[in-house]
Design a protein around this ligand. Structure first.
Ligand code: RAM
Length: 397
């Protein structure tokens, strides 16, 4: 629970941010005025009007049409442009490795300055990443990792183990009908409450993105690890029932409806903003008893969650959920990329870069640490959205 203090700090800064922006930031921000960003259309990398991509910092999300990617780009673009750099938002229409590879190939040919990417898989990029490396185009990943061999570093939103643990803990507490117990108190509350539970073994479902997405798979592995803790034994099944909606609204809705038809899980954990919103709608429309939690954007989840402290959280399909400051995450990835291009940041474990003050975040130094076969920097912590704070966040994320 070491990160809860920082988590509260995020809450404060988001409130300040909310009062500053005063409106939703979830619209597409791709078409920045004066910049070379081309928005989130599935256009080929070569700009149709002949505008050169040379020297542009490219931000590539898994696919278009995902507010999570748009918000990351908002932070990336703002940070880079404050440094006087040109940026572009380039994501394929389809959430596939091949679609990203095709687009990357063209961007590399056009001598872009850097590539900051959230990937659709951990295999299939070697050839194209090698080309980038040979041309001296640095690759930084964010959200979903790129192959360690070719990236400078990964930008990790929050500790993987924490995300996995908190998601399982929230799902079990919700199944037991327990309100969010407060920062740092989920595990202790479960240890107190689970021994008194004598019903059927609790069964959790997962509605994920694609079967190959590195980031969701790492969180699922962390969820499975969490379920091996002693206090779950005999009370919560160690097996997760997994379905994949490919971060597509229609496919995610189909999979959520399959959970509803089978009616064999108590709570669905959806570790994707697309999946959780689809499941929220499906569960709400069907009046199913299955509950929901996961990683969601407050703006997209407001119809499926309680909106004020006076509400009964359990009248909503999703009493509480979590995420992190997605805009700041994009800015940290931008700072890592900027440092790689301009300040000699090579991503080796122990190497570091300075990030300028960003919105209401102070200037901060980020140090790369070993992560899997590569390195990463840690941008933030998971933050819980629940009835007491939803209203503040709807206009922010
Ligand atoms: C989705 C994407 C992204 C994930 C978030 C939580 O929008 O799948 O990869 O990190 O949700």
């Amino acid at each position: 629970m070491k990160n809860w203090k920082k988590l509260v700090a995020l809450g404060l800064s988001a409130m300040m941010l909310a009062s500053m922006v005063g409106c939703s930031t979830t619209e597409s921000t791709g078409g920045a005025e004066g910049g070379s960003a081309e928005g989130e259309e599935a256009a080929p990398a070569a700009s149709g009007d002949g505008e050169s991509m040379e020297g542009t910092h490219v931000f590539m999300f898994k696919s278009t049409g995902n507010s999570f990617g748009d918000l990351m780009f908002e932070g990336f673009e703002e940070y880079m442009e404050a440094k006087g750099e040109k940026t572009a938002y380039k994501s394929p229409a389809e959430t596939t490795v091949q679609a990203q590879v095709n687009m990357l190939d063209e961007l590399i040919t056009q001598n872009v300055a850097s590539i900051t990417i959230s990937t659709n898989g951990d295999a299939g990029y070697d050839e194209v990443f090698k080309r980038a490396q040979e041309k001296g185009i640095p690759i930084v990943s964010v959200d979903s990792e790129a192959n360690p061999e070719y990236r400078i570093c990964h930008t990790n939103q929050a500790e993987t183990a924490d995300i996995g643990s908190y998601l399982v803990q929230a799902a079990v507490l919700i199944t037991l009908g327990i309100d969010y117990p407060g920062d740092g108190k989920m595990e202790d509350t479960l240890k107190e409450e689970l021994p008194n539970y004598s019903g059927d073994e609790i069964k959790l479902g997962v509605l994920s993105a694609s079967i190959d997405t590195p980031v969701q798979n790492s969180w699922i592995a962390a969820m499975e690890e969490e379920l091996t803790k002693d206090f779950y034994a005999g009370k919560v099944s160690p097996e997760l029932d997994k379905k994949y909606g490919n971060d597509d609204l229609t496919e995610s809705t189909t999979q959520a409806n399959a959970f509803i038809a089978e009616n064999s899980v108590d709570c669905i954990i959806s570790p994707t903003t697309v999946g959780i919103a689809a499941a929220g709608q499906a569960l709400k429309s069907s009046n199913s008893e299955i509950m929901l939690t996961g990683l969601g954007l407050p703006s997209e989840m407001q119809s499926f969650m309680p909106g004020s402290a006076d509400d009964d959280a359990f009248e909503s399909v999703c009493p509480y959920m979590m995420l992190w400051d997605v805009i700041h995450l994009g800015a940290v990835a931008g700072a890592a990329t900027y440092a790689a291009v301009n300040d000699g940041f090579d991503g080796a474990a122990g190497s570091s870069f300075e990030m300028d003050a960003f919105r209401d975040y102070e200037a901060e130094s980020y140090e790369a640490y070993e992560s899997g076969d590569g390195t990463a920097v840690l941008a933030g912590t998971p933050y819980i959205f629940y009835k007491d704070n939803m209203a503040e966040w709807i206009g922010v994320l």
